[in-house]
Each structure stands twice: as C-alpha cells, then as structure tokens.
Design a protein around this ligand. Structure first.
Ligand code: NAD
Length: 277
C-alpha cells in the first residue's frame, strides 16, 4: 500500500510558517483580488483565498465586478493597483468571461505583483532560473515532494499534461531540482509505456480516473493534479486512486492532496512579493 502524501497537513504547516513570519517580522502585506462575473466555482476559490489571507495576517482587497465589465475598465483597475504602493500582489481570478482577453489581462499585471506567476516575464524568469513568481500549483507540488522526503535529484520524472499553468512550469521546476524530465500530452505515442518509466509521475490532464495501474511502475511516486466532481457528488482526480495505490510507493489523494497546496503557495507568493520588491 502506498504512503498517502497529505496535502492538507503540509499546506497547514506552510500557512502556519507564513503566519509566524508575518507576526515576527511585523509584515504589512496586501493582496488585491479581482473577480469578474458570478461563476460559483470562482466565487468559492476567491472566498477560500480571502480566508487564507485572514488566517495568515495578509490584508485582502476585494474587487467584485459585473460579468459585462469592459476590458478597458478591468485594465484600468489593474493599472491603478499596479501603481499603488500599499498593494503587494494582484490576482485576477480565471477564467474570465469570454469577451475579455485573458492573455492581455495577465500581461497587464506588473510582474512584481504577479502572485499567480502567470505573467510571461515570470514564466521566462523561471525558465532561465532567475528570481520571480512561480505558478502556485507546480510550486506546491515541489513542496509536497520535498516535505514528504521524496528525492528528486537524478530521478526520472514524467509529467502528463503541458498546460501553461501546470504541466509546463512543473517541467521547469523539476528540471531545476535536477530530475530527468519527460513531458507527455495528447499527441504522445505509447503513453502507458512512457509513464511507466517514471520514478515520479505527475498527472495533470483534466480527465477523471484516466491513469490506472497500467501507467505506473512499481514503487513510483504519483502526484494527481486533476479534480473532478463525480455523479455521486464525490471528488476524484485524473488518477484511479484505488488501483494505483496498490503499485505506487506514495500518492496524493483527491481531495486533500495537491488542491490545498495551491492556496498555501499563493500566500507564500504574496509574502515573497515583499522580498522581490
Ligand atoms: P488543461 O486542460 O489546460 O491541460 C490538459 C493537458 O493534458 C493538455 O496539455 C493536454 O495535451 C493533456 N492531455 C489531455 N488529454 C490527454 C491524453 N489523453 N493523453 C495525454 N495528455 C493529454 O488542464 P490543466 O489546467 O493543466 O488542469 C489539469 C487538471 O488539473 C484539471 O482537472 C484541473 O481541474 C486540475 N487543476 C487542479 C489544480 C489544483 O489546485 N488542484 C490547479 C490547476 C488545475
């Protein structure tokens, strides 16, 4: 049976460490959160981010804009927040309503306040090993591995999925940690065979229960980024947990694995914004 990598516990540890740092150093950190429209899932995410800020002692400013907000208005607000000295981080909750150009909005955020790590400058800095914000979900996965004593240096890492927010930054972070990295995607041939090379298998494809024991080498560490709601209302990941836990040496559950880490790393980025200034 695989060891369960407990993201709830590790994220709570990280939040406690950050809270302690804010108290000890008397840090005055402010995050501005912009939500456009009334998508219920986005509202829940934003609510959780605000709660985490409150716990740690980060001030949060909330901007809830109607779904028909114009691009000009949104860009104007970002510009105003970019220029405010009392605002350290700016987060625009994605996805945005269709009429708004996400790339343009992400680019408008000042790279020194880009706590989501999505700005092209942040991604570029990551790729050449310079300081900058790192996308929260992949950064959280590195913490999960390190704090569970999983050795990364020299290991074979296979990542399934090449999205801009998970797969690609994940590959750069694993390279930075000296893993040998293979990135798979929807055009990859013999996916099972390639995945089976992995000492560390990271799955971010957005397809419920796609990866089963046939993709996993005996003793591999498996990280499941996917999150889906099943018909019975329960959550599941991209990995078939019941089958894979029988062959893996360690595995993240869904819920309670990667999910809670994303917010913890966002909080970490808000505080890092002070260091990057
Ligand atoms: P995405 O849809 O942007 O990207 C999916 C990737 O998987 C693509 O690169 C695609 O090439 C690849 N893919 C799709 N089908 C494939 C197949 N059959 N074989 C091989 N590769 C295939 O998704 P994303 O934004 O990276 O998110 C992936 C999953 O992770 C989703 O379930 C999402 O909800 C979840 N997610 C969770 C968190 C979290 O905090 N836990 C954060 C981000 C995303």
């Amino acid at each position: 049976m695989a060891k369960i990598i407990d993201g709830k516990k590790i994220s709570a540890q990280i939040k406690d460490e950050l809270k302690e740092r804010v108290e000890k150093e008397n840090l005055d950190v402010t995050l501005a959160v912009i939500l456009v429209g009334d998508d219920p899932a986005s509202a829940v995410y934003v609510g959780n981010k605000k709660k985490a800020c409150e716990y740690i002692g980060i001030k949060s400013l909330s901007y809830e804009l109607p779904a028909d907000t114009t691009e000009e208005k949104l860009l104007g607000l970002i510009d105003e927040l970019n220029n405010r000295d009392d605002v350290d981080g700016i987060l625009v909750q994605l996805p945005l309503p269709k009429h708004l150009d996400e790339d343009k909005v992400i680019k408008a955020i000042s790279p020194i306040k880009d706590v989501d790590g999505f700005h092209p400058q942040s991604v570029g800095a990551l790729s050449i090993g310079q300081p900058g914000f790192v996308s929260c979900t992949p950064a959280g996965i590195i913490q999960l591995l390190k704090r569970s004593d999983v050795e990364i240096d020299g290991k074979e890492c296979v990542i399934i999925g090449r999205s801009n927010i998970v797969g690609k930054p994940m590959s750069l972070l694993m390279l930075r940690e000296n893993a040998t990295v293979t990135v798979c995607h929807s055009h990859t041939k013999n996916l099972e065979e390639v995945a089976k090379r992995a000492d560390i298998l990271i799955v971010a494809i957005g397809k419920p229960l796609f990866v089963d024991d046939k993709f996993v080498k005996e003793g591999a560490v498996v990280i499941d980024v996917g999150i889906h709601r099943k018909e019975d209302g329960k959550l599941c990941g991209d990995v078939d947990f019941e089958k894979v836990e029988k062959v893996a040496s360690a595995i993240t559950p869904v819920p309670g694995g990667v999910g809670p880490m994303t917010i913890a790393m966002l909080m970490n980025n808000c505080i890092a914004a002070k260091d990057l200034k």
